[in-house]
Design a protein around this ligand. Structure first.
Ligand SMILES: Nc1ncnc2c1ncn2[C@@H]1O[C@H](COP(=O)(O)OP(=O)(O)OP(=O)(O)O)[C@@H](O)[C@H]1O
Length: 340
């Protein structure tokens, strides 16, 4: 049995349709017109112990709603979740001992007191034994360099420092599972690197199972082997990043350095993406052409000085998947599940 099992999960929110026009403010007091919005629509997946899953999707896709159901904050409209054999919203207290949560947009720490004091409160709440608390705190102090700011009130911390403090707080009670909802949002490149190192380290050395949502594809490339893509509440892809690249990322880019400026490069089944002096970027579909086919066509007109083939960035593949979801929504009012 997998550590996390999600079956046919669904969450509908009721939204009030506000009255407009004459005395709308007063009429809204008795308003009972609701519409239903499906935020998570029949999602199923499993996560094995020790996995680090990237859970991505565009804004409003349903990622945070899924996490809130997995953490027990929200109760699903339908479907089941089993985490370490427990139903999160039914066994909230026991479940809380098993999980740590970081919402990048909102700190779990007390705003007006330093992190170290929040940690002491968490120690009491989670009944963390002294030895475990000291050991974890010292480890996280080293990994996240907490000593720089652990005595500064949270409201005075930079975003990067705040995230580091939040990550340590989420891990103090030794949870088996960590839910990270956009932990790198808004932080600079160096701080991102440090957060990623920490996430990688606790997954590797402590075997913590991690579900990570992010809009930064570099987080996914650097941390995850597997990723799930959701859009409009539906699961569009669940598999390895390697498979995603080989199934959807068939476009390659040939970067060629010529000995003169490029001209007349009208090669069927290719697109010239960019030209810069004597350098040209040509995109082609590797299932229709090979790099040497393109190279030979270019060599008919030019002398080639140098060339490289660029693999597709995960970012561009994901952008295309989001885009195809959007196009389908425009066409027939819903997003079809990709054939994966
Ligand atoms: N409490 C709520 N009441 C009504 N609608 C909600 C509520 N929470 C979320 N929604 C709606 O559910 C949908 C999914 O929201 P959710 O926050 O899960 O998306 P997300 O994928 O996390 O987006 P983002 O990347 O912007 O954080 C959105 O359309 C949102 O407006």
């Amino acid at each position: 049995m997998a550590l996390i099992e999600v079956h046919n999960l669904r969450k509908e929110f009721k939204k009030l349709v506000p009255k407009t026009g004459f005395l709308s403010g007063i009429r809204n007091l008795w308003n009972t017109d609701y519409t239903s919005h499906v935020a998570v629509d029949d999602i199923s997946f499993k996560i094995e112990e020790g996995e680090l899953l990237g859970y991505i999707g565009p804004n409003g896709a349903g990622k945070s709603t899924s996490i809130k159901m997995m953490t027990g904050i929200l109760v699903p409209t339908a479907g089941e979740i089993s985490i370490a054999g427990m139903t999160p919203w039914k066994q909230r207290r026991e479940h809380a001992q098993n999980i740590g949560v970081v919402f990048g947009q909102k700190t779990q720490l007390w705003w007006d007191i330093p992190p170290i004091e929040s940690y002491r409160v968490l120690k009491t709440i989670y009944k963390i034994p002294d030895s475990v608390y000291e050991k974890n705190l010292n480890t996280f102090r080293d990994l996240l360099e907490l000593h720089e700011f652990e005595n500064t009130p949270v409201r005075q911390l930079s975003l990067g420092q705040r995230m580091r403090a939040d990550l340590a707080a989420a891990m103090l009670h030794d949870p088996r599972i960590l839910f990270l909802d956009e932990p790198t949002i808004g932080v600079d490149v160096l701080a991102k690197e440090r957060l990623r190192e920490f996430i990688k380290e606790i997954n590797r050395t402590r075997g913590v199972t991690i579900l990570l949502t992010t809009h930064d594809m570099a987080d996914i490339e650097k941390l995850c082997h597997r990723m799930s893509i959701i859009d409009d509440g539906k699961l569009l892809y669940d598999g390895s990043i390697h498979d995603l690249k080989s199934r959807y990322g068939t476009e390659r880019t040939l970067v060629i350095e010529l000995d003169d400026a490029p001209y007349a490069l009208h090669i069927p089944n290719t697109r010239v993406l960019r030209e810069e002096g004597s350098r040209v970027w040509i995109a082609f579909d590797k299932e229709k052409l090979s790099a040497s086919d393109v190279m030979m066509k270019v060599a008919e007109k030019h002398t080639i000085r140098d060339l490289t083939v660029e693999e597709p960035e995960i970012e561009s593949i994901v952008r295309e998947i989001y885009q195809s979801g959007l196009d389908r929504k425009k066409e027939d009012g819903h997003v079809a599940v990709l054939d994966v």
